[in-house]
Every structure is written in C-alpha cells, then in structure tokens.
Write a new protein. Structure first.
Lengths: 382, 92
C-alpha cells in the first residue's frame, strides 16, 4: 500500500474502486464493508471523494498507516483512515509551492491573467470566512490594489493548476484568487522594493508606527522632494493614527542609499513626515469625500445643525479612528442642535462615501459621531 | 420624486453608482449570507447595467433606508445598492 507523509493532500478512494481491489464482506446485520487490509466500513461510505490534509500518522503495523485527516470542506466528523483507503492528490513538498509563499506574506500581482474571478467553490471550500470579501467577477483595481496579504493557500481541484492563493488587498480589503504564477512575494531588499513596490503619490495612509518616522532627515527632503522642504515637520513625530497622503517617495536612483522612504502629508495640518514603509498602512481611498469637506478640520469649532445625522452605534469607527475618545462617546443619544462642539477626529465612513466627524462638547467631554451634513463650521478655531 | 416599491425578483437598472455600497459585507452576512460569495466586494457595477433583485433589507442605520441586493444577469456578481441608485421597468 502507498505510504504517506504528514502534510500530504489526499482524497478518499471511491467505494467501487476499493471493493474491486480488496473485496467486500457482509456482517451479521447485513451491512457491506471493505475487506482487510482496508478498514473502510459502510458508515464511512459518505467520505468517498472527500479531500483533506494529513495531520498525523500512526504506523502500528509495518504496512498500514492510520491517518488523521483535516478535511477541506467544513466537516466536523473525525475519522482515522488507513492508507489503503486514500489516494494522493498532492505531496507535502508540492503543497508548499515553489515560491515559498505562506499565509501572511505580502505579495504583488505580476500577471492578472492568472486570477480566478469566479471560482466561488474554492473560496467556499477553503476560506469561507472571506466569502463576502471575494471580489467576485472583478480584477484588482490597479490604482488602489497594489500590495496584497496572502490569507489562504490551497490546491486547485485539478492538481494540474497547482496551488491557488487567496490574497487580500492591503488597501481596499478585497480578496482575489490567483495562481502561483500570477504573484510574486515581496523581497525585502531595497533594490527589489524600488522595482516592485509602487505606492502612488496620493494614496491615503494611516501612520501605524511612529518609531518608523525620521524627524530630522532633512537631507532626504533635499534629495527627493525639495518642493516640500518648507512643510517638513523637522523634529516632530506624528501621532500613530494620523491620516496622511503620500506626496513623495525615495527616487529610484537613491533607494540603495536610503532604502525606501515615503513623504507623508498630514491631511489636516499639511505637515510632512518622512516614514519608512512599515510605519504606515493603507486606507481606502476616499479622496473625493475628503475634498468635499476639506473646510472642516480637526480642531475646528462646529455647530450641530441636524442631530439626526448622528451615528449613535458606530463604535467600530471610534475604536479604529479615535480610540483615545472611545470612553467619551455617548452612544444611543444625539448632540443638541445649535450647540457648539470641537472636531476631535475625522475619517471616512467605513462603507459609504462620506466623511464622519467626532465632535466633543465644549461644555463637557461628551463626544458624538456625526455625518458632515449634520454640522456647520464656525468662524473660530481653538 | 417618489420611487415605486421594488420587490425581490424585480428587474432593475443601476442609474447611479454613487449609491452602491461596495464594502458592506456585514449587511450581506446578516441578510443574504448565501449570496456572500457572489458579492463583488470593493467594486461597483457599470451604470445602466441590468440586474435582478435577490434580497432587500434595511440599512443598519434606519436613515439610510432600504438596501437591495442585485444580481448581474450575466456573470452573476452581486451588489448592494440603495433605492436612489435604481430604476425599475416602470420608470424606464
């Protein structure tokens, strides 16, 4: 009988196929089972054709292996199956793929011809939790979808096509299914970064790690973006969570010297910061919504004109964009019309193309989340 | 202008893609989970494309009104859209 290794992908053989090889017998209750050395009984017949990965092997006899299987489709039943009842689909070595790409890696699409736009069955079988994020029937948006994170890896149902990768855009969060040939893993060397990483100017980002900021790197500004020299916030470090636009990046000719750095401009203050790539994360591009409301900034005083525009339950927004105010937000309640508030945070709605504002009462520390339509800027600024 | 009522099974046309909700996966998980896999997350349909309404349910914020899950008559991709972005056969 064929022997297996942990990590091999297997398929349970068809009943007739095993019956032909090993023969069958009927027990006292009239049920038909497969003969020794197989241990396949009638009650396991529904497993025929199922696929899975071997997670452990118990080899008590010389030839017979007892295989513990993790099933590909969401099956809760646990069966230990002998090696005579299964067939190899893909060996553990092949499963790893030849590009050494694993879950969590950042990858880039090098050829969208290899994207599976409508392979819903694969997503439902191997990554059902990403089903609603699979951009069914669409290709990635070349403007926003630049870098991707691998979230699932599994073989195509026809092994000829090899491994498929479910990758998630680091910008829009949309998922795409792609063959190995269509993606390339990010290489961490500066030279490769300059070729593969293509974060466009204008991309919306959020500073996530202020230790990756270079507050005194004036030379970089002179070499790469002298037009922003005046706006460079020399010696200052932005708060984590600051929303910025990418306005410049290290010139390709200088990447060997400096590595890959980006000049980010604060959306609200226009101050510019030099940040290494790992110091910020992409946000969904909401330029349009932002421009429409550029008059109202954090720190502005506003008057509530329509308290029905309040989002009384949108705690996710607060926790993501202004966690420092989470304990002050008043849920299930609206602010008072015509009262004055200070804008303490602004960011796009997570779903709609609209800008939301977190406003704090000037009389108390109560905060409310409100749509742009519900407030009007006052001619005073603190 | 008052819009006519749209029901599941109706044929509709997308007239304004600004009313599409391309990243509202929580709605689809809540109201039409069997179609989650066909939801074109992060994308919008083309204007004037023809669709079949396969589910309807309100937005979690009542002020946003009723949302419709519409399915492309060709490839079958689904989009969430509010009433203002749709036109019915009677409004053509």
């Amino acid at each position: 009988m064929q022997t297996f290794k942990v990590g091999d992908k297997i398929r349970v053989r068809q009943w007739d196929d095993m019956a032909k090889e090993y023969g069958t017998y009927t027990d006292a209750t009239g049920k038909e089972h497969i003969c020794y050395p197989s241990s396949f009984v009638q009650g396991m017949k529904y497993l025929c054709g199922r696929t899975g990965t071997i997670t452990s092997i118990d080899q008590s006899c010389e030839d017979i292996q007892w295989l513990q299987i993790e099933w590909d489709k969401s099956m809760k039943e646990h069966w230990v199956i002998d090696n005579g009842s299964v067939e190899l689909i893909q060996s553990e070595e092949t499963c790893k793929g030849n590009k050494d790409i694993s879950i969590g890696d950042t990858v880039y699409i090098i050829d969208d011809e290899y994207i599976y736009r409508s392979y819903a069955d694969w997503v439902m079988a191997y990554a059902p939790k990403y089903a609603a994020y699979y951009a069914f029937s669409h290709l990635p948006d070349s403007k926003n979808d630049v870098a991707f994170t691998v979230v699932a890896i599994a073989p195509h149902e026809q092994s000829f096509f090899g491994m498929l990768y479910l990758i998630r855009s680091q910008c829009t969060r949309a998922c795409y299914l792609v063959q190995e040939k269509g993606i390339e893993k990010k290489n961490n060397t500066a030279e490769t970064d300059s070729k593969k990483l293509d974060i466009d100017e204008g991309a919306c980002v959020c500073i996530t790690d202020s230790s990756k900021v270079y507050p005194k790197f004036s030379q970089w500004i002179k070499d790469n973006a002298p037009e922003y020299a005046e706006q460079f916030a020399y010696g200052q470090i932005p708060k984590e969570g600051t929303h910025c636009y990418v306005v410049a990046k290290t010139k390709p000719t200088l990447t060997g010297l400096y590595g890959r750095l980006y000049l980010l401009r604060d959306r609200d203050t226009n101050a510019c910061y030099i940040v290494r790539e790992k110091g910020f994360a992409f946000m969904v591009d909401t330029t349009a919504a932002y421009d429409n409301n550029s008059k109202i900034c954090v720190g502005d005083m506003v008057e509530v004109v329509d308290n029905q525009q309040t989002y009384p339950n949108y705690s996710d927004w607060v926790l993501f964009h202004a966690p420092e105010y989470a304990h002050r937000v008043i849920y299930e309640k609206e602010p008072v019309n015509q009262n004055t508030y200070e804008v303490v945070a602004k960011a796009p709605h997570g779903v709609r193309n609209a800008m939301l504002y977190l406003i704090k009462s000037v009389y108390s520390n109560e905060c409310y989340l409100i749509d742009e339509k519900g407030i009007r800027k006052l001619k005073v600024r603190i | 202008m008052k819009h006519s009522e749209i029901n599941v099974g109706d044929t509709v046309w997308v007239v304004d893609t600004d009313f599409v909700y391309p990243m509202y996966s929580t709605w689809i998980y809540k109201h039409a989970p069997i179609y989650a896999i066909y939801y074109a997350f992060g994308h919008k349909p083309s204007k004037d494309d023809c669709f079949t309404v396969i589910a309807k349910a309100p937005h979690e914020h009542a002020s946003e009104g009723m949302l419709y899950l519409v399915k492309d008559k060709g490839i079958g991709s689904c989009y969430i859209i509010s009433r203002q972005g749709l036109k019915t056969e009677s409004e053509v």
